[in-house]
Design a protein around this ligand. Sequence first.
Ligand code: 5GP
Ligand code: ZN
Length: 115
Amino acid sequence: MTATDDCLFCRIVRQEIPATIMWEDEHALAFRDIEPRSPVHILVIPKRHFASLNDAADAMLLGRMLLAAREIAEGEGIAQSGYRVVINTGANAGQSVAHLHVHLMGGRTMTWPPG
Ligand code: 5GP
Ligand code: ZN
């Protein structure tokens, strides 16, 4: 068994687990968070498995994921009202799924700093 066999988000990429897909290209996929913490809460992930931001060095891929978040924010109608893009990395940040993911959150006022 490889690291990706039992990875939740790799299983979503392989369509073994259903998800509400919002956007995809050759290298990345975006879908709605199953437990949204804001009116818009979408995850953008690389199709290739990286456990966290610590493990990804592909600048093109990382940049594409950020641009995807921006495009999706525009599509969701929150580009002007504002949104937050978050990458929880590691235990102190509360990363709970060990497959790199960008949270796109918006549709409500947020506080700073995050908890
Ligand atoms: P983290 O806490 O690692 O930064 O974020 C993981 C996110 O994945 C959480 O917001 C959580 O709600 C979401 N999540 C966990 N399992 C699933 C799932 O099976 N499907 C979807 N769409 N989101 C999930
Ligand atoms: Zn994975």
